[in-house]
Design a protein around this ligand. Structure first.
Ligand SMILES: [Zn+2]
Length: 288
């Protein structure tokens, strides 16, 4: 019996029966097996919950090797380096810090099977499609805790892709969490330019929707949170920031919304000539 990780619990109401592998919470009334727990905790559907649990059981080394392979490919492909440059990612330190790689497509499967990984494991991890092809093709790859994010460099493919499974917690949270003021951005290229500009108190939610784990991370200590979401034409980034700042404030977290110039995100702000000093002024002008 312990504090429930699924709701705000002040006295233990979460019961685990290890002999039956079941849980039940007397506080929020939810219960079930380990897959149900993963569904609720990470706010994902059944197949993603299953994939997530499989990752916990030993997918990590496979993803690690895939990420290492992609990193080796980066500097062999001029189009990948050119894309990074165009998004404001230039310094070797930044590429090293984020462990950025490139998936040219068509050679990961061969590499991993030669290392002894069976094809079904590659399929299950989502690295290889059911037809046997590399799943990531012409994508810049960023390793996450238990996933790989792939950003397409071609305009003909969907821009964002993750492997099956949850996106996990806030990006590089271990580093950001020690700061009393934290900047949250929605994309990894936003994170990259801020890091490059010297901001170390930055983290990324990988989309405007924060999952339960990410939300909990922001609330785990007294801090000020700056939400620097896209200022896009359809207002989705700004609407998400408004909703999120209200939710954070109900949990006692000081949340402020950073207003970027119309049509910009932190990445384009820096790529189009903005500097750390100008961004600092935007932070100072941020409103609840
Ligand atoms: Zn509960």
């Amino acid at each position: 019996m312990g504090l429930c990780p699924l709701h705000e619990d002040h006295k233990p109401s979460f019961l685990v029966d290890s002999s039956k592998s079941l849980f039940y919470c007397y506080g929020c009334g939810r219960g079930g097996d380990v897959i149900r727990f993963a569904e609720l905790y990470h706010q994902v559907k059944f197949p993603q919950a299953l994939a997530l649990l499989q990752q916990w059981r030993g997918l990590a080394p496979l993803l690690h090797e895939a990420a290492s392979f992609y990193r080796m490919q980066l500097h062999r492909h001029g189009e990948a380096v050119a894309y990074l440059r165009q998004r404001g990612v230039r310094s070797p330190e930044l590429i090293e810090h984020m462990r950025i790689g490139y998936a040219p497509g068509g050679c990961l499967r061969g590499w991993l099977t030669r290392l002894g990984h069976p094809l079904p494991a590659l399929r299950q991890a989502g690295l290889v499609t059911s037809a046997g092809y590399d799943a990531y093709l012409h994508r810049i790859v960023f390793p996450l805790e238990a996933n790989l994010y792939g950003r397409s460099i071609s305009t003909s493919a969907p821009p964002h892709r993750f492997l099956p499974g949850a996106k996990g917690g806030l990006y590089s949270w271990e580093q950001a969490q020690s700061y009393p003021e934290v900047i949250v951005v929605e994309g990894l290229f936003d994170y990259a330019v801020l890091w490059e500009a010297g901001f170390r108190n930055v983290t990324c939610s990988l989309g405007t929707h924060l999952n339960a784990l990410q939300f909990q991370q922001l609330c785990d200590a007294p801090r000020t949170v700056y939400l620097a979401f896209d200022s896009d034409g359809n207002h989705s980034g700004q609407n998400a920031a408004q909703w999120m700042s209200r939710r954070l404030r109900t949990r006692g977290v000081a949340a402020l919304r950073v207003a970027l110039p119309d049509g910009q995100d932190p990445n384009s702000f820096f790529v189009e000539g903005g500097d750390a000093h100008q961004f600092q002024r935007l932070l100072e002008a941020a409103r609840p």
